[in-house]
Design a binder for this molecule. Structure first.
Ligand code: ZN
Ligand code: ZN
Length: 52
């Protein structure tokens, strides 16, 4: 199983689920420090920062 969010991989499905929930679940809660808009992914963040 390959993590779709990073380069982490494992042979165990439970491990990848655990990995995603602990390492990547907060990605969806990222907020812009300037205007508190919620940002979904890194591409979104970078393009959003360019608007400031
Ligand atoms: Zn990952
Ligand atoms: Zn912003």
């Amino acid at each position: 199983y390959q993590c779709k969010h990073c380069t982490f991989s494992t042979n165990f499905h439970s491990v990848i689920e655990q990995h995603i929930s602990t390492n990547h679940s907060q990605d969806r809660e990222l907020m812009c420090p300037y205007c508190k808009v919620k940002l979904v992914d890194n591409d979104h963040i970078m393009s959003h920062y360019n608007t400031h």
